[in-house]
Design a protein. Sequence first.
Length: 238
Amino acid sequence: MKFIYLRKAAEKYAAEAERSDIFYIRNGFRPTWAERERNDRERGLKEFSTAARWEQYQSGKITRAKAVELASERARKEGAKRRAGLLAKIEAAENAAPAVTVSASLEWVRSRVWGYNPKAEADIYNGDHWERTHGSASGCGYDKGSAALCEAMNASPAVLAVLYAAEDNRLKGRETRKQPRADVLGYGSGYGVLPYFEGGCGVSCVANIFTRCGYVFEYGKSGEHFNTYYIKKGGAKE
């Protein structure tokens, strides 16, 4: 499976991000920033310069034009890495094939500082082979269970292939491409050019996203310190 429209979107995003970085280096602000934030001409140049180059510029050993040139070259290298990283994730999902079934569980382990923290484990089958992924979460003040579950989901190219296929279809559609991703794939399907499961949004959001992608999400047995979930593609055999 090839995600043609998602690839185009990733290429466009990477190119626009690089242009924004270069503009930021030259002007000290990004085009989308409010007027009140455009008060430091050197902000971008300093951020993209190495400590040595910034010291050279500050001491007058190199001109601002030279400092901008060097910082811009650094930004282009970072941009190339960003582009390669996005395309590598897409390629991994293309080669994996979308998941057919997922069996996931949460085990809640007591922490002396943060109470009970979840450890997630997911067994994913894509019709060709199985893989096992893991996730965890700690701290407080958010939905730790879904955070751990999402980390395990996002670690699987086969699961991401499900989201990428749905996003590719959204971008392909004349009407759906005009809609926010959350309106099509569901709340919690991520920001940025590539979709992902946002941790901390709640297990119900994970279930909704899978359902919108044509899967059946079932809540399995749960106890005081464990939860289980079963996900299968619509029509897939157990």
